[in-house]
Design a protein around this ligand. Sequence first.
Ligand code: GLY
Length: 286
Amino acid sequence: MDSVLLLHGGAGSDSALSPILKKYADSAIRERDVLISVVKAVSLMEDDITFNAGTGSCQRLDGTIQMDASVMTAYGMGSVIAIENVKNPVKVALSVMKESPHLIMCGDGAVKFARIMGFPEFDPDTEKAKKQHDRIVHDIMNNNPGGDERIEQFLKIRELSRFLKYGEDTVGAVGRFNGEFAAAVSTGGAAPMLRGRVGDSPLPGCGIYVGKRGAVVATGIGEEIIKRMLCFSVYERIGKAPLHDILREEVENFGDYSVGIIAVDSKTEASYSNRNMATAVSKLPE
Ligand code: GLY
């Protein structure tokens, strides 16, 4: 049987970045194990400051960086929520899956777990994140004249999507090797957001889902993806229509909210987004 690996650089990422993703996909597929391969693909994107994951993650409204990541196969999963000061959240998620009795770790407990597992302290902040944060705060203040308490002002904003226009989102990978499926995702979140906000990426069924019929990951506005349990909804439909049609229909349900999906089933792979989205596929024959 063949092996296929499909990567995305986030809803809103420049599709001109696809050749870079292709290099990452071609490197990661050589791991030969589907779970290790999707984790490697995502960790390469986490290490590339272009993408909003790992190094290059966007800041929260208070200027801190908290990251979410998860990994999943048909037999298990691991996830970290609001983890800080690690280089590769997706590798910590893999450790949660493989080395802990738990499925999901969050906050300072996730950081402590990472240290115990040997992940050193690392600051993922970048000039790119600082500039984006300054622009967001400037825009929010301009749209709320008279406001001098930025958190209070933000809490008054009911329509998050008014401000959700700041660029790329989650990175993700799905793979099928010899009939086995796996998926991995990682994100700095969807700015602007409060410290402590959790998106779809670390939540099974929402930003990631894998079963015996395929693997699915999502990118876009986490709040909307969670409401629709997007990845489980896609997974449930696998086999009932061509994969690309399923993805297109699910994305169309989002109206103007930014969203993208990549997926593999037993025979095909597909991606669909209502924004620009860098993607790449790598394949190995039987
Ligand atoms: N899709 C990433 C997030 O909403 O956090």
